[in-house]
Design a binder for this molecule. Sequence first.
Ligand code: 13P
Length: 336
Amino acid sequence: MSNLEDIAKQMVAPGKGILAADESSGTIKKRFDSISVESTEENRRNYREMLFQSKNAMENYISGVILFDETLRQESKNGQPLAEVIANSGSLPGIKVDTGAKDLAFNSNEKITEGLDGLRERLIEYFNLGAKFAKWRAVITIEDSIPSDLCINANAHALARYAALCQENGIVPIVEPEVLMDGEHTIERCYEVTKKTLDVVFNELIAHGVNLKGICLKPNMIIDGTLTSEKSSSKTIAEKTISCFKEVVPEDVPGIVFLSGGQTEIEATENLDQMNKIGNLPWNLSFSYGRALQASALQAWSGKVENEEIASATFDHRAKMNSLATLGKWESELEK
Ligand code: 13P
């Protein structure tokens, strides 16, 4: 088990965080549509290789990269496996192993994440391809009468089965129960639903024998629904998030790596920074951002080889800003 604990600690080393580059085929197509670039296998490779070849960011700020199945099997333009490009920079390759959130039967407004069948065999293959950690994302939606207990319980059960299988096969599980920002709910409702969800998730993880020192938790922050007119300050978001997690996240968990979930790049950085400015926490607080690390870099790249350098510098800047936020040392002045 100790190797798992070492990897989990390495994933949340102070000053470092995770790049979520595991967009599914559908999601990466949406991202590419936004810059009018066709989502071909080559374009996906070129874009992601540009990120992984960003030497300064990868060596200094990015502890691990979550990959989609296709990327773990791809090679760089020079014929080197992309997982090796990542590992050579001192960062850890990881793999998204769920197969997506589907409608929960009889509750079509709610989702259940699939992918458990055959997972043990896939994990063995991923381990042999160099994956050190994995990710499974559960999705919890807030509306007036949901989430149901059924949805929370079913997703927590699946997360725990996934996490136990990962640890059995030498892979650190990122446990991601995402309470969506989408909706009209208040920040208080987000607090209440997140607290309940995390509580059930940790009960299930413990019931399945998961070693909490060998996981990373990837949650949402406690934040207002996107459709409310309320917009809490970064300080309030930070205080509420920490207070919620102190109630339900066991101290054995080495690190919490947030998703950005639709926050802007600056919001995601500022909120993380505020939490680390509060400090004196039992777990390291870091990032596992997708959009909040990539949005500007994707725009800068726009599918052109001649833009690779500027796109890489753009990614390096965001990675550095978030690295500072993991230390509570970010200032808005640094964005200029
Ligand atoms: P965002 O930071 O864009 O929410 O993506 C993180 C992620 O990996 C969601 O599963």
